[in-house]
Design a protein around this ligand. Structure first.
Ligand SMILES: Cc1cc2nc3c(=O)[nH]c(=O)nc-3n(C[C@H](O)[C@H](O)[C@H](O)COP(=O)(O)OP(=O)(O)OC[C@H]3O[C@@H](n4cnc5c(N)ncnc54)[C@H](O)[C@@H]3O)c2cc1C
Ligand code: FES
Length: 258
């Protein structure tokens, strides 16, 4: 069930110059959050930012009633969110959207591919898949090492591989050029820049591997009312905020083939 709630900021961590993480405390009984679901956060104090901003749930601690968000500073809204301090409140609508499939056969060999801020939903996903007995590889990419804001957090949940365009960390090149990408998998999950996700989807499709992508279309209402996030799928137009953001690529041939 969706909830609008004033969370309290319990921790704030700056991760290089472009990213920060916020740990939000609920103070009560939180709604369950499926990996890949997102929240819409209210940004206050900036006249130009009227609409809530969609942000993936990076991590969940049900026992302590906390959600963690990993945010890249790109414009007025995220710049304002970066000014929030421990003890401030953040009004959040959650959980939103349709998340990743996590009920796949135990011991499946799975690959998660994240680029830039698209790394965010993969922590909650890798934790969940590991707990469900999957053999996980997490492949993270960015233009430079600084643009891969988190990596050690993933280590308890699988093999972590890195690709950077400039070779400042891990394999030099794109994620799809990393040797781990061409291994065989039962399932691939991906979130990040559209060209990266399309390349992952095209390769998965060619190799007959099931694959889910998390689209990051521009959003406004976040609940399927304004139609501003619609994407053209093989099954007709769909609202990314409500019927996604996660889609199986078998329904997105039009999207990844162009
Ligand atoms: C389902 C979903 C989950 C997301 N999860 C995360 C997350 O976990 N962490 C994170 O840092 N960001 C995430 N984003 C992207 C985030 O919502 C945008 O970066 C944010 O709304 C930008 O707000 P702003 O006011 O700072 O920038 P604006 O001033 O609104 O825009 C600044 C620049 O960013 C571009 N931009 C804005 N929104 C998007 C978008 N959705 N996709 C691509 N480019 C965009 C604009 O075109 C513009 O060039 C997610 C987006 C979606 C749809
Ligand atoms: S953001 Fe309004 S319908 Fe998706």
């Amino acid at each position: 069930m969706k909830e609008i709630h004033d969370f309290t900021i319990l921790e704030r961590q700056q991760l290089g110059s472009r990213y920060f993480a916020l740990v939000l405390g609920h103070g009560g009984c939180m709604q369950p959050v499926v990996p890949g679901q997102f929240v819409e956060v209210q940004v206050t104090g900036v006249r130009e930012v009227m609409l809530r901003r969609p942000i993936s749930v990076h991590d969940v601690n049900e026992e302590h009633g906390t959600l963690t968000l990993l945010i890249q500073i790109v414009g007025n809204g995220t710049r304002r969110l970066a000014e929030l301090k421990v003890g401030d409140h953040l009004n959040v609508v959650y959980p939103l959207g349709h998340g990743f499939s996590t009920t796949i056969p135990a011991r499946s060999k799975v690959l998660m591919v994240g680029g830039g801020a698209g790394i965010a939903p993969l922590l909650h996903l890798s934790k969940t898949l590991k707990a469900n007995g999957m053999d996980c590889t997490i492949l993270l990419g960015g233009r430079t090492a600084e643009l891969i804001p988190v990596r050690t957090e993933f280590e308890p949940f699988g093999r972590v591989c890195i690709a950077t365009d400039d070779g400042s960390l891990g394999h030099k090149g794109l994620v799809v050029e990393h040797p781990a990408f061409s291994e065989n998998y039962d399932m691939i999950y991906t979130c990040g820049p559209t060209p990266m996700m399309k390349a992952v989807a095209r390769s998965a499709s060619k190799r007959g591997i099931r694959c889910e992508v998390s689209l990051e279309n521009m959003m406004a209402c976040g609940v399927g009312a304004c139609l501003c996030c619609v994407t053209d799928t093989d099954e007709g137009h769909k609202c990314v905020c409500k019927e996604g953001p996660v889609f199986d690529i078998s329904t997105l041939k039009k999207w990844y083939q162009c």
